[in-house]
Design a protein around this ligand. Structure first.
Ligand SMILES: Nc1ncnc2c1ncn2[C@@H]1O[C@H](COP(=O)(O)OP(=O)(O)OP(=O)(O)O)[C@@H](O)[C@H]1O
Length: 219
């Protein structure tokens, strides 16, 4: 089965149940995890990525495209993460930054071609040799997204991405990200404390420890 499945995924810290999710995110679907600061949103994403630190107890399974990825190291899970303070390497060109997203075996002309194509699709043709410091906030945000997508993830997690951008730009970038994810048929989990993000995503909204959550069908 394609998509992302959280099968009774639970994370306890101390005596607190921070994460309790039991749901599927279909290809092209966006699920929003919403809750106040400290409610466990980032913890939920860390559990899915496999980057939880010590001091927590995790149970349940994570399935991606029918594969149980629960025990796999982060890099083998094929899950892309874009977060709030995603930064580009300042000492590398835009193309150099994008190269970090590409699978290791992609080299030479193929590497250049994939980078050029990605830039064109993001309205950034001709930007390959630019210094990231010379880009606008919106251009930087698009490059960060392209870098994540070039790794060909099978799911995309967004942790309050671009919340530092002003409202207009943020809305544009949010649309851009969600459209790209839908085109690629990626299941997306968006973490936010902003109801506007959830409304723009247009899908289900759950709290980090909501269990099955609520679906439009009420199932
Ligand atoms: N490494 C850690 N050690 C101890 N406590 C932690 C650690 N990381 C998170 N916590 C605690 O776990 C709880 C959930 O944190 P988490 O970062 O998941 O919340 P959040 O909903 O993402 O918050 P925010 O919106 O502020 O980012 C908080 O009470 C936090 O203090």
């Amino acid at each position: 089965m394609r998509g992302l499945r959280l099968d009774r995924l639970r994370v306890m810290r101390g005596g607190t149940l921070l994460v309790d999710l039991d749901l599927d995110v279909a290809p092209g679907e966006v699920l929003t995890i919403m809750g106040p600061s400290g409610s466990g949103k980032s913890t939920a994403l860390a559990a899915i990525m496999g980057t939880l630190g010590p001091g927590v107890r995790q149970s349940g399974r994570i399935w991606l495209d029918g594969r149980d990825v629960t025990g796999l190291p982060t890099r083998e899970r094929r899950i892309g993460l874009l977060f709030q303070e995603d930064v580009l390497f300042p000492h590398l060109s835009v193309a150099g930054n994008l190269g970090f997203g590409l699978p290791a075996g992609v080299r030479g002309a193929e590497r250049r071609a994939r980078i050029e194509t990605a830039l064109e699709q993001a309205d950034l043709a001709g930007f390959a040799d630019r210094d990231p410091a010379t880009l606008s906030g919106g251009q930087r945000a698009r490059v960060a997204l392209l870098r994540t997508l070039l790794a060909e993830p099978a799911a995309l997690l967004l942790d309050e991405p671009f919340s530092r951008l002003d409202a207009t730009l943020r809305a544009q970038i949010r649309t851009f990200v969600l459209e790209r994810a839908r085109q690629k048929g990626l299941p997306v989990i968006l973490v936010s404390h902003d109801p506007e993000d959830a409304a723009a995503a247009g899908g289900r909204v759950v709290a980090p420890a909501e269990g099955r959550g609520s679906t439009p069908e009420g199932t």
